[in-house]
Write a protein that binds this ligand. Structure first.
Ligand SMILES: [Zn+2]
Length: 333
């Protein structure tokens, strides 16, 4: 299933993400030479409708089409089948960012492919790994790390003054690569924003020019730790507009990502007697709903102050992933 290539085909420089399947035929791992041979690993389109990374790379490759890259790049372009459909993943597919080594998912050809990419890259001892994503909801740009070590945090602080540390879900690319190189996820706001592509391009050029990941002076990183992920059970219907359904999420929270919400704030309106309308799952996969949310009349409200990320009311995104994450600020000495 995996293809390896050693140059960027010309068509790629002008392609739309929807066209990649026709140009490449399958997920592809590119190995591109640079002045420093130790490669920077980059992955993008693990989620097919998150296009900022690809378009930023397109700009990078255009810029370096007649000059050598400062550092070698190994680039994995992932779910191009879903990209054609402009979806995160097809219903028939596993999530391409949940099936890397460490995953709890069942065996599949895609899972084998991610293990192969990991094995190939581990041998190449990458300088660092950067996986580029977008959010469905409105969020600032931020980096995510799976290990709190100085190199990962340096990599993060060069992208944004906000970073998130998470250990769940399992099977994500950044976590697999954290075993052998500094790894970061870039969360670049919503897809399709040209200024985000410019930001990622500038960041990649910045990292490509580094000789080492020395601490980045002056950037004070605001670091959060995800403590829970909020899901809606399959049996619970979600209101779209004003239709009658089991619950209706508070749309105002879409503006509250990375802000602290206070106790008493409404999470959702409930229109059902079903015992469990939402599930707050801890990082260790325990149901901690009652700790954070209580039902008062026909409303689900927050019981304690919490910071949200990735909150979305988009039902497809919710069903394929989650409503949001709950986070706490983390202070490291
Ligand atoms: Zn993503």
């Amino acid at each position: 299933m995996l293809k390896e290539m050693y140059h960027i085909p010309d068509e790629l420089l002008t392609a739309k993400t929807e066209d990649l399947i026709d140009i490449l035929g399958s997920p592809t791992l590119f190995h591109l030479e640079g002045i420093d041979p130790q490669p920077l690993f980059i992955s993008t389109l693990l989620h097919g409708n998150e296009t900022t990374g690809f378009y930023a790379l397109q700009k990078l490759f255009k810029k370096y089409s007649d000059q050598p890259l400062p550092r070698a790049i190994s680039l994995f372009i992932g779910n191009i089948t879903a990209a054609k459909a402009e979806q995160r993943r097809l219903d028939t597919q596993d999530d391409y960012n949940r099936i890397w080594p460490g995953t709890h998912f069942n065996d599949s050809v895609e899972k084998d492919m991610m293990a192969t990419v990991t094995r190939i890259m581990q041998k190449k001892k990458p300088f660092a790994s950067i996986d580029i994503h977008n959010n469905t909801g409105k969020n600032p740009h931020y980096g995510c790390v799976n290990i709190l070590n100085p190199h990962c945090l340096t990599l993060a602080s060069r992208f944004s003054n906000i970073a998130v540390y998470f250990t769940s879900p399992k099977g994500v690319q950044s976590s697999a690569f954290s075993d052998f190189c500094p790894s970061l996820v870039l969360e670049c706001g919503q897809s399709g924003d040209r200024s985000s592509e410019a930001h990622v391009l500038q960041y990649l050029e910045d990292v490509l020019a580094l000789d080492e990941l020395a601490p980045h002076e002056e950037t004070k990183l605001k670091l959060y730790h995800t403590i829970a992920r909020v899901l809606i059970p399959k049996t619970v219907s979600l209101a779209d507009g004003d239709s009658a359904a089991d619950i209706q999420l508070n749309h105002d929270l879409e503006e509250k990502n990375f802000h602290q919400v206070q106790p008493g704030t409404i999470f959702a309106s409930a229109n059902s007697d079903k015992p469990q309308l939402i599930i707050v799952n801890s990082e260790s996969n325990e149901d901690i709903t009652d700790e954070y949310i209580e039902r008062t009349g026909d409303q689900l409200v927050f019981k304690k102050p919490i910071t949200l990320s990735m909150f979305t009311t988009n039902e497809t995104a919710i069903r394929q992933d989650c409503v949001c994450y709950f986070m706490e600020e983390l202070r490291i000495g």
